[in-house]
Design a protein around this ligand. Structure first.
Ligand SMILES: Cc1cc2nc3c(=O)[nH]c(=O)nc-3n(C[C@H](O)[C@H](O)[C@H](O)COP(=O)(O)OP(=O)(O)OC[C@H]3O[C@@H](n4cnc5c(N)ncnc54)[C@H](O)[C@@H]3O)c2cc1C
Length: 448
């Protein structure tokens, strides 16, 4: 068995395969371009600093015990030959032969060709983007604090999110909450005040969830002073402003783009049928149409949504990807004589939209919750869902520390960009030694 992608769908498929197939009957190989699962529902917490970035990822090797994990980039496939190709970390091309292939390659940001967007916008889908966003917010506070110009302060203190799905709503709510806590340390910026705007092209926020709960979340955002602009598009982005379809120009220095996802480009290189929207075309059992031994799940696949009687694809959520991962593993096992192949069935029992410390909206068993009870329910849910006892403990510790102590406002933009040693290279004579001696030292023991 080969699994492409080690996110929610891929990890849960591998775990269930390890469980249902005896080691002697199946060899499981998983190829992924990160060696961890990014637990995206907690990404806004990492961006706001409530959670340590390392605590919102799950190393694949600590969760999978007999899966052969290959850290590399899937580069193509030949379904007729049952082969998957990938590039290793050291640049080699490898080919894996499979009896069954499960494609779980997730999605990437869908960036529209809006003038200036690709140059000035920030994404919010990966751990590096979450950290960059937090650092951008802190840099903006620092610049605004030091600025003598009220216009410039306003630009730096205005934050615009485009796209009101999970990522946009949770991202803007968590960051606004973070800034509300740290702004006390920036007296000028505090006097100026911050402005937060979320722009959504559809006529409501959060298409992934029930309209009633989305309304509830809208009211919660508005009650916190976040401007919600539905039925509005962004028409241009500049370094210091964003232009809306309504004709309004908003001076701002931060535009975070969270307006939807699309399958990664590699999905087009796999020789599999795609839907109009570019997701892999699968039937209700998640088998790729026309391919006996290829399956696809998660954001990259158009798995018919059981909640809509299969009339539309499942929404791109972790909740769906996890259940699809488990069911697809059982279906693969069924083709080997263990049980029977069954369609994907799943009805959401609860939905949580985290909005910062002690704040959330939730719907569980038909009940709508807000504020602390919803936040508590969301925490409990994520603790239950987070794979691995040690990860759960780390989350508990982070949340407890966040309850007891004030937020950290250190800007760590230099992380991941260490200075090159070249910047400190001594020139002959600089070390205080006579030039000839310094040159000998640089040339090493076999020098002149
Ligand atoms: C900020 C944010 C918050 C979210 N909050 C929620 C939430 O609260 N609840 C919820 O249900 N959903 C939420 N989601 C959506 C959820 O993250 C996705 O629906 C889910 O991750 C989809 O799972 P997947 O397995 O299809 O893809 P992923 O989890 O993205 O996994 C895909 C994997 O494939 C790897 N990959 C991609 N290309 C290659 C390649 N060429 N070679 C090798 N490996 C590759 C990727 O690195 C990744 O590891 C959120 C998303 C974001 C961005």
């Amino acid at each position: 068995m080969v699994i492409a992608g080690g996110g929610f769908g891929g990890l849960y498929a591998a775990r269930r395969l390890e469980h249902v197939l005896p080691p002697e009957s199946a060899r499981i190989t998983l190829v992924s371009d990160t060696n961890f699962l990014l637990y995206t529902p907690l990404l806004p917490g990492a961006a706001s600093g409530t959670l340590e970035p390392r605590h919102v990822v799950v190393p694949l090797r600590s969760e999978l015990h007999r899966t052969d994990i290959r850290f590399g980039w899937v580069t193509g496939a030949d379904p007729a030959l049952s082969e998957l190709r990938y590039r290793t970390l050291d640049g080699r091309s490898e080919t894996l032969r499979y009896d069954h292939l499960i494609v779980a390659l997730g999605s990437v940001s869908r960036v529209l060709p809006i003038p200036g967007l690709a140059d000035h916008g920030l994404g919010f889908k990966t751990i590096s983007e979450a950290i960059a966003l937090r650092n951008r917010v802190l840099v903006n506070l620092e610049v605004a604090e030091a600025s003598e110009s009220p216009e410039q302060r306003r630009e730096y203190l205005t934050f615009v999110f485009v796209g009101a799905g999970y990522a946009g709503v949770e991202g803007i709510a968590e960051l606004q909450d973070f800034v509300a806590d740290v702004i006390e340390r920036y007296p000028r910026a505090r006097l100026e005040g911050t402005r937060w705007i979320i722009v959504e092209a559809e006529d409501r926020i959060m298409p992934e969830i029930d309209p009633g709960l989305a309304d509830f979340a809208t009211r919660e955002l508005q009650a916190r002073g976040i401007e919600v602009r539905t039925g509005t598009r962004v028409s241009a982005v500049e370094e210091n402003s964003v232009q809306l379809s309504t004709g309004e120009r908003i001076p701002c220095r931060t535009v975070c783009w969270t307006a939807g996802v699309k399958p990664p480009a590699i999905v087009r290189e796999l020789g599999l049928p795609l839907t109009e929207r570019g997701r892999i075309d699968v039937d209700a059992t998640m088998r790729v149409r026309g391919h006996r031994n290829v399956w696809a799940i998660g954001d990259a696949a158009a798995v018919p949504d059981p909640a809509a009687r299969g009339t539309r694809p499942s929404p791109p959520t972790a909740q769906h990807a996890i259940r699809q991962g488990r069911r697809v593993a059982e279906n693969v096992a069924a083709t080997l004589g263990k049980g029977r192949v069954r369609p994907f069935r799943y009805r959401t029992l609860g939905v949580f939209v985290d909005m910062g410390r002690h704040k959330a909206v939730a719907q569980m068993f038909g009940l709508k919750l807000r504020g602390f009870p919803a936040w508590w329910a969301a925490r409990t849910y994520h603790l239950a869902m987070m794979p691995g006892a040690s990860r759960r403990l780390r989350l508990l510790i982070d949340w407890t520390v966040a309850l007891l102590f004030e937020r950290d406002s250190a800007e760590l933009g230099q992380l991941g960009h260490p200075p090159s040693l070249r910047g400190f290279l001594e020139t002959p004579g600089e070390s205080g030694a006579p030039p000839a001696e310094a040159a000998r030292a640089q040339a090493g023991p076999r020098g002149p």
